[in-house]
Design a protein around this ligand. Structure first.
Ligand SMILES: NC(=O)c1ccc[n+]([C@@H]2O[C@H](COP(=O)([O-])OP(=O)(O)OC[C@H]3O[C@@H](n4cnc5c(N)ncnc54)[C@H](O)[C@@H]3O)[C@@H](O)[C@H]2O)c1
Length: 361
């Protein structure tokens, strides 16, 4: 290379490195998953550098394909049950299979991801002296006896049931976060995330919105577990990501746990009917027995998030469902409509098969 070009290259490398010194670097574990990939995109758009760590247990590179060439985005294939050494300014810990069909596939691994993963990421945050956010879940409330659920409610979980690997794993992770906070002075944030949906969901993860939308678009029967009178509340992904970013940035006292979800409640039957209406599908509704420990009601009290973060969801269910239906319609056209019906391999016989009869969350 001629001397002047080499000097130019050296100086532009220097400028790039210098520029990156001013940019905050965020680690997102589970960054290739549904929520993680949205979070990576939003952080990059806000001018952060992003280190995405994932072992692709429930995802693929598809969700982050468009980010792979972006300056400031780095992907590391890694299992967070093993220690990780990277240099970052904050940690969003999202890695964990999140739908029953996925977390019941290898329940021991699920507990390990929550517990060993939390220990490893907290150890990293301790070494780097940086803030760390845990993606906890409304499942820590189990089948709740109070309604709506406030953060002070201690829950009604079953420590030995098929959902325990997830529910109790997440409860133990919260314990670890608060013990590291008290004992090691780590700056923590704990978000209790309620059902979230939107573009980027895996069509085969057995969650109720992805199941219903895919079934409706394919003209297959809509599978409804139980009577359909059980309720859920659904938060659109963009709103949830606003909440996670807001909680991470909130002042020191806002450690959580903090409910993040949409308090608008709907019966599962009402949801099925709404999906049928919006897709114009002629699918019929079929009823199946309720899976073990499936909660009958789920609705967040978001007073804490409203007062501490000024956060509340902005997207109504109909608007969010329209965007989600468009996404699944495009996806089914590209992957082939029949493929979406093929269930993924299931190792645990107690987990019902995919679309057409899968346990839901
Ligand atoms: N989506 C929701 O409605 C919801 C509700 C409550 C809580 N959460 C929590 O939010 C987080 C993200 O959920 P999601 O819906 O995006 O799920 P997801 O399954 O789409 O994403 C999880 C990601 O974590 C990765 N992962 C799993 N085990 C790992 C390991 N050992 N090491 C590294 N990566 C690993 C997966 O490959 C995947 O990319 C989870 O912790 C989940 O418990 C989600």
């Amino acid at each position: 290379m001629p001397a002047d070009r080499a000097a130019k290259a050296r100086s532009s490398a220097y400028v790039m490195n210098f520029a990156s010194l001013g940019r905050k670097r965020s680690l997102v574990t589970g960054g290739a998953g549904f929520l993680g990939s949205h979070l990576c995109r939003r952080l990059l758009a806000a001018g952060r550098e992003v280190v995405c760590v994932d072992n692709f247990f429930t995802s693929s590179k598809d969700n982050i394909e468009l980010l792979l060439g972006s300056p400031g985005f780095e992907l590391i294939r890694h299992d967070i049950t093993l220690p990780l050494y990277v240099e970052v300014d904050e940690v969003f810990n999202l890695a964990c299979p999140a739908s029953p069909i996925h977390y019941q596939r290898d329940p021991v691994q699920t507990t390990k991801v929550s517990v060993l993963g939390a220990i490893n990421m907290l150890g990293l945050a301790k070494r780097l002296k940086v803030r760390i956010l845990q993606a906890s879940t409304s499942e820590v409330y189990g089948d709740p006896e109070i309604h709506p659920q406030t953060e002070g409610y201690r829950g009604n979980t079953n420590p030995i049931g098929p959902r325990a690997c997830y529910d109790e794993g997440k409860r133990c992770a919260e314990t670890l976060f608060f013990d590291y906070h008290r004992q090691q002075n780590i700056q923590i944030r704990v978000a209790r995330i309620f059902n979230t949906y939107g573009p980027g969901m895996n069509p085969q993860d057995g969650r109720v919105i992805s199941n219903f939308v895919v079934q409706a678009l394919l003209g297959e029967p809509i599978t409804l577990f139980g009577s359909g009178n059980q309720t859920r509340s659904f938060c659109y992904v963009d709103d949830l990501i606003d909440g996670l970013i807001g909680l991470m940035a909130a002042p020191g006292t806002a450690v959580g746990p903090m409910n993040l979800g949409n308090p608008a409640e709907i019966t599962i039957r009402g949801l099925a009917e709404k999906v049928l209406e919006l897709t114009g599908s002629r699918s019929r509704i079929v009823f199946r027995p309720l899976p073990v420990d499936d909660p009958l009601q789920r609705c967040p009290d978001i007073t804490l998030a409203r007062t501490m973060l000024g956060w509340e969801p902005k997207t109504g269910l109909e608007q969010g469902l329209r965007g989600t239906i468009e996404y699944f319609d495009r996806l089914l056209s590209s992957i082939g409509r029949r493929l979406a019906l093929d269930p993924p391999p299931i190792l645990d016989a107690s987990v019902k098969p995919a679309v057409g009869g899968r346990a839901m969350t």
